[in-house]
Design a protein around this ligand. Structure first.
Ligand code: UD1
Ligand code: UDP
Length: 369
């Protein structure tokens, strides 16, 4: 029997982190699969850092990133450039991940070429089309056009059913992010000594990048960080700042040079994982971090109004706090100063899988042809 041609397409940091274990797993079966990796490079530096870490050399690189790019240019560049790649490679199946514009446009491009698509991290929903924007509609589109759905949890399986997606090829697999995290934590040492953290202080880790937090919400988040540090003399905040100018300019203007607040470049995944491990708690609007932190026993305050990860809220590992300064300060203060509240969140169970998601997905892919 001829090999199954699997093309994995991704473009941003979180997709790369979550697709890397899958690429590695496919490579374990060279007699069954021809694995072809195509990156759009919707992100450039942040993508390359992950490719280096996992030692993945893409077969195709569309190199589309522009400074301060917009949704229209990402969509049209990916849609058209992927057409050419699909015509050349003729994959048996294309795998895309999650809810980015790369995933939506690469999936749509494959659908137009009548190539079956598999959606890794299928079925996540907030059911609020502007939160997160544009990710909620991106994932609805990808789920609708896909043949194969790899859903991380029972809730995401339920969401697929509610969306009337045919469930013949829908599988609950857990989330590949746990595979990636366990691999990095167990195999890659990271030196964070140059970041300037004071070992005598408790560390709070912060990230924020979402489009719906541009403007007033990110300013509120910065005000909350400044107030927290002022009130709690035994903490320091470390904030790897996303390179989007809508974020980086504001954060440096409001928090630059302040005592016990360290603003850094985005960290490679290995040092970032170490930072998560070393921190007392995390404040973030990230999706992936909500899934990873519970594996490390770290409470997460989510700086958003909605989450597509309701399991984590239900299990008590994350709390939605929104983007009002007073709400963030109140909830963070409680975690920092109330032992019981802290214990309850840090000892909850992680609902996102056991590190075998990629293996399960690859086993399913063996019967694609
Ligand atoms: C994208 C995804 C979002 C995901 C996030 C992860 C979409 C619409 N958004 O948002 O779902 O949560 O990635 O981080 O798909 N930049 C660099 N270097 C990089 C990466 C980004 O300079 O390596 C700067 C560029 O100026 C770029 C800007 O950040 O134009 C925005 O990047 P973009 O991918 O459009 O948006 P993100 O906010 O990163
Ligand atoms: N991450 C990283 N370095 C950083 C910040 C985040 O490696 O400086 C990792 C994080 O551990 C997670 C992923 O990037 O795996 C999340 O990416 P991001 O928050 O940008 O996107 P989202 O998950 O919200 O789509």
């Amino acid at each position: 029997m001829s090999k199954i041609k699997v093309m994995t397409v991704f473009g941003t940091r979180p997709e790369a982190i979550k697709m890397a274990p899958l690429v590695k797993e496919l490579e374990k079966f060279p007699e069954t699969f021809e694995s072809i990796v195509c990156v759009t490079a919707q992100h450039r530096e942040m993508l390359d850092a992950v490719l280096n870490l996992f030692e993945i050399k893409p077969d195709y690189d569309l190199n589309i990133m522009k400074k301060n790019q917009n949704l229209w240019s990402i969509t049209s560049d990916v849609l058209i450039k992927m057409k050419e790649v699909y015509e050349e490679v003729k994959p048996d199946i294309v795998l895309v991940h999650g809810d980015t514009t790369t995933s939506m446009a690469a999936g749509l491009s494959a659908f137009y070429a009548k190539i079956p698509v598999g959606h890794v991290e299928a079925g996540l929903r907030t059911n609020d089309k502007y939160n997160p924007f544009p990710e909620e509609i991106n994932r609805v589109v990808v789920d609708a056009l896909c043949e194969y759905h790899f859903a991380p949890t029972d809730t995401s399986m339920e969401n697929l059913k509610k969306a009337q997606i045919p469930m013949t090829h829908a599988y609950k697999t857990g989330n590949t992010v746990i595979d990636a995290l366990l691999y990095i934590v167990n195999n890659k040492e990271a030196d964070i000594s140059k970041l300037g953290l004071n070992p005598d202080l408790r560390t709070v880790l912060v990230t924020a990048h979402r489009r719906e937090n541009f403007g007033e919400p990110i300013r509120n988040i910065c005000a909350a960080i400044a107030e927290l540090v002022e009130k709690n003399k035994d903490i320091q905040v470390i904030y790897p700042v996303h390179p989007n100018p809508n974020i980086t300019n504001v954060v440096h203007e409001l928090l630059g040079g302040k005592e016990r607040i360290i603003l850094t470049e985005p960290q490679d995944y290995a040092p970032f994982s170490t930072l998560m491990k070393k921190s007392v708690m995390i404040m973030t609007d990230s999706g992936g971090v909500q899934e990873e932190a519970p594996s490390l026993g770290k409470p997460v305050l989510v700086l958003r109004r909605t989450t597509e990860r309701p399991e984590a809220v239900e299990y008590g590992t994350v709390k939605l706090v929104g983007t009002e300064t007073a709400d963030i300060v109140r909830e963070a203060d409680k975690l920092l100063n109330d032992e019981n509240a802290y214990k309850k969140m840090s000892e909850a169970i992680n609902p996102y899988g056991d590190g075998t998601a990629s293996h399960q997905i690859v086993e399913i892919l063996k019967s694609v042809k």
